[in-house]
Design a protein around this ligand. Structure first.
Ligand SMILES: Cc1ncc(COP(=O)(O)O)c(C=O)c1O
Length: 379
């Protein structure tokens, strides 16, 4: 099946008791047993829920994986992956990561004895020097949030296999419509379903997808033992969101391309970070591993003063000034004070994330209105 047909039918069967075409929201905490241990496969809702089960099947299908697991947020899904590790284990990850991922790694897991190496992942060949016998996981985000750097997933997968380390890809910016890391050799894909999968800025949720049954068992054990599971209503919302992922992503890509070019040609704009430009350093890899370039981009203004940056951020009318991304509505964000504020300033600046960077999540409104809005705000 092609992507659109898969997204519409993934995980959903007519409800056996009524024929309802939409998966019911099983709003229950427990299930009645006919005798101790005799049940219909559902014992307690932290461990199993039929709405979540349908969604987890859909998660697997949309990433061309065998298994999916749902979590209460993207960071809860990330947390579950790191809990596969033990004190003394080492992780190689990017130096340009979502701020919440960086905070989880540095402020929560580092003190349990897990060592993280933050390296430039744009050149896969330079990663091997950080690998040693303790390296158990390589964690990549591509394209990165917010600098749109690209990592060659296939090349890193070769390395991770050679050294018996797991490879997990945070596939947020691309979505499964544009990039499928499991097909490129990754072991686990992580999505904040909060973003493009849900697509309507109305839910917080995380997803893990994988092919290996043992890995699925270990992650399921962590899911039920640590308990960061999403409620059934949220599972329903994400199941519904997935059905329109392809049409939304097509429009995100079309609008994204037009806005990236508009910004690049604007006399008051300095640099535009978007991986669809042929002169972007990761363009060739992005073209190889993605089916489009999406609706995420960042830019700086020629007048990089704090006042001017804040003025533009506060002047848009259609682009809402807010954290998050991937919804139908366009958002504008100031990474250094909002989504990436948890990264120490000197770290951010060293890795290219300046105080004047502005990030856009281009929505699926009419692009002429979006351009007019930006044009007026930039002035
Ligand atoms: C790239 C990336 N990964 C992970 C997350 C975390 O997702 P959540 O907010 O659902 O916990 C985000 C959130 O913005 C993100 O942008």
């Amino acid at each position: 099946m092609k992507a659109g047909s898969k997204y519409i039918h993934a995980g959903t069967e007519p409800d056996p008791s009524t024929g309802a075409i939409m998966t019911p929201i099983y709003q229950t905490s427990t299930y009645v047993q006919s005798a101790p241990g005799e049940h219909k496969g559902f014992e307690y809702a932290r461990s199993q829920n039929p709405t979540r089960k349908a969604l987890e099947e859909a998660f697997a299908v949309i990433e061309n994986g065998k298994f999916g697991l749902a979590f209460s947020s993207g960071v809860a899904a990330t947390d579950a992956v790191i809990k596969l590790l033990s004190p003394g284990d080492e992780v190689i990850t990017g130096n340009d990561l979502y701020g919440g991922t960086y905070r989880l790694f540095t402020k929560v897991f580092q003190k349990f004895g897990i060592k993280f190496h933050y390296v430039n992942m744009s050149d896969a060949g330079s990663i091997e020097q950080y690998i040693n016998a303790n390296t158990k996981l390589i964690w990549i985000e591509t394209p990165t949030n917010p600098l749109m750097n690209i990592t060659d997933i296939e090349a890193v997968a070769v390395l991770s296999k050679k050294h018996n380390a797991l490879l997990c890809v945070d596939n947020t910016f691309a979505s499964p419509y544009l990039q499928n890391p499991l097909d490129l050799g990754a072991d686990i894909v992580m999505h904040p379903a909060t973003k493009y999968l849900g697509g309507h800025s109305d839910v917080i949720q995380g997803a893990l997808m994988m092919n290996n049954a043992d890995l699925r068992e270990q992650l399921y054990f962590i899911q039920k033992s640590c308990g960061a599971v999403p409620g059934p209503m949220d599972c329903f919302l994400v199941l519904r969101g997935i059905k329109t992922l392809h049409v939304r992503m097509q429009r995100h890509c079309e609008n994204g391309e037009k806005i990236a070019h508009f910004l690049r040609n604007h006399p008051a704009v300095s640099k535009v970070y978007w991986c669809g430009f042929e002169d972007h350093p990761g363009y060739a890899v992005a073209k190889k591993q993605m089916r489009g370039f999406g609706g995420m981009m960042s830019f700086t203004l020629k007048d990089e003063s704090v006042e001017n940056t804040r003025r533009v951020l506060s002047s848009t009318r259609l682009f809402a000034l807010a954290e998050s991304l991937g919804g139908v509505e366009s958002l504008i964000n100031h990474p250094s004070s909002m989504t990436h504020a948890s990264i120490p300033r000197e770290e951010r600046i060293k890795n290219g994330l300046s105080d004047s960077l502005i990030r856009l999540s281009v929505g699926i409104e009419d692009v002429e209105d979006l351009i007019e809005d930006l044009n007026r705000a930039i002035g």
